[in-house]
Design a protein around this ligand. Structure first.
Ligand SMILES: [Zn+2]
Length: 461
């Protein structure tokens, strides 16, 4: 597809966009071109369009509601392919008829029936449990979908490779995966949630261990900071010392039992919960509905931590929106006598405001070197202003989408022909901002001699 054809496809996508995502009877909403793979009868995260012409395989990247809209017990438009965890989640949460659901293993190329022998490999997406990237490989056999675009490669013997990222947090593991590494990929469907240089955040594993370390220090009463952050030491010490316990040096008194609350969505952010519970050596409590969702996931370590008895667990999971000081005050009162104080964590996407005067349009090399110098430790977590001795809330800059820096590293580390944004594509202005970066990545890859971005670990650049 040349750039003129691509522009036409976006104009067509705009024309068919509709605020109402549910199709009405006899008036099916049309699927934009990027929901159906070029030349293949395969749709990805496109359930809100009902039965799409020519599509014989419907893929779901993960069980977040904006990706499965309209999927439920009445689904009968065709087979659904997804990871084993996502399959369990959608049959449990949405009551999808299991006869439509075809779970696929990770990391194993599998031929999809009725698609002209297209094969797919699922790659763990580093988003929520069960989330996957799909790596498709095969010939173009049909112009499926609603787009007027006709591929000139239908019926040719050329094999095409498409990588659909769904929602993901890009990591070196993705580009080093055997399905991807060293292969020319024709189209990458990219999670462009944060394709904007103002979205700069720290590596997720560092943020997770910072939460665990902070909790260990607060609960264990450790005020000393080996990194010499004297201000932080003061903050922790000051908070740890209750008005009457200064002579105990801020240690948790025998009567004190601190409850840690982590706010989560229905699926996602479990890694913070686990790291904190393991750091404290305690069980995890959540209500029966949330427990059933966690039990759908394949994480046996997490299952072993769960308990139905709130008094047995020092870590509780609550919906993210509930983690406010007023709510935690009532929650603590409910357990009066069991817990004396509460620490709340609010892991939310990070909207970092770069210092004024920052150059957001620097060279690709400078974007990479700045990103690689980014660190995070427990000293970067600060209690919210409304916090008190008994109720302390920490906002956590934790995202399960790629930062701008990670998208740049990912794009520079793969061999691709065309990047197709899948998020924030609703207006020409928003697309134009993203296209500017796609073009810069493209020209940097063309002009610079190939360079490898040395990851800091297998999990982050
Ligand atoms: Zn998601």
């Amino acid at each position: 597809m040349n750039s003129h054809k691509e522009d036409e496809s976006w104009v067509e996508a705009d024309a068919t966009a509709d605020r109402d995502s549910r199709p009405t009877r006899g008036n099916r909403r049309k699927a934009p071109f990027y929901k159906v793979l070029q030349g293949m009868p395969i749709a990805v995260d496109a359930f809100c369009y009902g039965t799409i012409p020519g599509v014989t395989a419907y893929f779901l990247t993960h069980a977040h509601s904006d990706h499965y809209t309209n999927l439920g017990s009445k689904w009968k438009s065709g087979p659904i392919y997804c990871s084993e965890e996502t399959a369990k989640l959608i049959t449990h949460m949405l009551a999808v008829d299991p006869s439509w659901v075809h779970p696929l293993p990770l990391d194993t190329p599998t031929i999809i029936p009725d698609t002209g022998r297209v094969s797919v490999t699922l790659i763990e997406a580093n988003h929520c449990p069960g989330s996957s990237l799909f790596f498709f490989e095969g010939q173009q056999t049909i112009d499926a979908g609603d787009s007027a675009f006709k591929s000139p490669f239908i019926g040719s013997s050329r094999s095409f490779r498409y990588l659909h990222c769904g929602d993901f947090r890009a990591s070196p593991r993705h580009v080093l995966h055997p399905a991807v590494n060293g292969k020319r990929i024709d189209h990458i469907y990219l999670d462009t949630t944060y394709l904007n240089p103002k979205y700069t955040f720290s590596p997720q594993p560092l943020v997770i261990s910072a939460c665990a370390e902070l909790t260990r220090r607060l609960v264990g009463g450790v005020g000393d900071d080996p990194n010499g952050h004297t201000n932080r030491k003061f903050t922790i010490d000051a908070w740890m010392k209750s008005p009457t316990s200064t002579e105990k040096g801020g240690q948790q008194t025998p009567q004190e039992r601190i409850l840690v609350i982590v706010g989560t969505y229905s699926i996602g952010k479990e890694r913070i919960v686990k790291a904190i519970a393991q750091a404290l050596g305690t069980k995890v409590y959540c209500d029966a509905r949330k427990t059933a969702i966690l039990r759908c996931q394949a994480d046996k370590e997490l299952h072993a931590l769960l308990t139905a008895d709130p008094a047995e667990a020092n870590v509780h999971i609550l919906p993210l929106g509930v983690v406010t000081s007023d709510n935690l005050k009532s929650y603590l009162q409910k357990f009066n006598g069991t817990f004396s104080r509460v620490i709340g964590f609010r892991p939310t996407g990070w909207t970092y405001s770069p210092p004024s005067g920052s150059n957001l349009n620097g060279s690709i090399q400078s974007i990479i070197s700045q990103g690689q110098s980014r660190h995070f430790s427990y000293t970067d977590l600060q209690p919210s202003q409304k916090s008190s001795y008994n109720i302390q809330i920490f906002g956590v800059p934790y995202s399960e989408h790629s930062s701008f820096f990670e998208l740049t590293c990912f794009a520079m580390s793969c061999d691709w022909g065309r990047m197709i944004p899948t998020v924030n594509v609703g207006t020409p202005a928003s697309r134009a901002k993203m296209t500017k970066w796609l073009k810069r990545w493209e020209s940097e890859k063309r002009s610079a001699k190939p360079y490898i971005i040395q990851p800091r670990t297998a999990d982050y650049w």
